[in-house]
Design a protein around this ligand. Sequence first.
Ligand SMILES: CC(C)(COP(=O)(O)OP(=O)(O)OC[C@H]1O[C@@H](n2cnc3c(N)ncnc32)[C@H](O)[C@@H]1OP(=O)(O)O)[C@@H](O)C(=O)NCCC(=O)NCCS
Length: 320
Amino acid sequence: MTARIIGTGSALPNRVITNDDLAKIVDTSDEWISSRTGIRSRHISDAEETAAVLAARAGQKAIENSGIQKDEVEMILVATCSAEDYFPNLGCQVQNMLGMEHTVGMDLNAACSGFLFSLNTAFAYIKAGIYKTILVIGTETLSKIVNWKDRSTCVLFGDGAGACVIRAEETGVLDFVQHSDGSMGHVLTAKASSTETPVQPETGADPIYMDGQAVFKFAVKKVPECIEEILERNHLDKEEVSCFILHQANKRIIQSVAKRLKLSEEKFPVNLEGHGNTSAASIPLLLDDLNREGRLHKGDKLILSGFGAGLTWGATLLEW
Ligand SMILES: CC(C)(COP(=O)(O)OP(=O)(O)OC[C@H]1O[C@@H](n2cnc3c(N)ncnc32)[C@H](O)[C@@H]1OP(=O)(O)O)[C@@H](O)C(=O)NCCC(=O)NCCS
């Protein structure tokens, strides 16, 4: 028995901010942002579009897409690193918004690897026979903690949510690998209000700090390594994988991973042009796009790979 993704959904804030819009608030340009990252625009939430609201919208769509009744869901597991509240957790907020009082709700924070680690956790619960049906959501409103005066980070991120329903079935998730390196945690941080860094008066939050080049080097090394690790232990040739669904941080990272694996870029779908880096939401947002466009076929072997703050990274092999 394993666990299969049986439905996907996503939700994006209404407001779209282009690179040209950003050039009006920081010293940047469309040329700089798009050539270095592939990003052209991103969705930015308003006060009402909280991480929980986006999560609930995406979750609702995933349940509809799966064809199950919401009463069949036993757990809501939400990946996030930018929730507006320390508590209650977003799993409980989504439970309340969607009227799913019989479920258990909780959150998981592994930054941009959060959705992948949550999917793996849901798979483990199902494989252990504890639950049969779990709603897994990745949701972020990083725009609310980003420092809008720091051009090196504010141009990179966007808001949104993606979700999937995963259910006990004979085929589906086949294996996963997960890694962390806490000793490198300092290269990508967002400190909670503390004495270490001044709180931003506008938002009450501390800015994100990122050593962009260190993160870039980490991603282009560790992502191919963990993909090779999962291929090897499943005796699978990389050519047998139909599609590699990577965390959408930067187009150059994705191109570099394809090159290192000696694979065609066509196997690495990208949707970050219109989303920016949506952290834990990026993989389920892309999965939902591909699913609704009919680009995933039953029996396809897919590898999902996430990487981000922590540092954290990993890969999940599944059959669609
Ligand atoms: C962030 C990133 C695009 C920066 O690209 P880079 O080529 O490394 O750029 P650098 O940081 O070396 O900066 C180069 C110059 O551009 C400037 N710059 C930074 N942001 C800029 C912006 N938005 N617009 C214009 N100039 C900018 C810098 O100030 C620097 O100027 P200087 O040479 O006068 O000092 C790149 O490092 C990257 O993609 N890293 C990975 C980030 C990521 O994906 N993080 C999330 C992982 S989950």
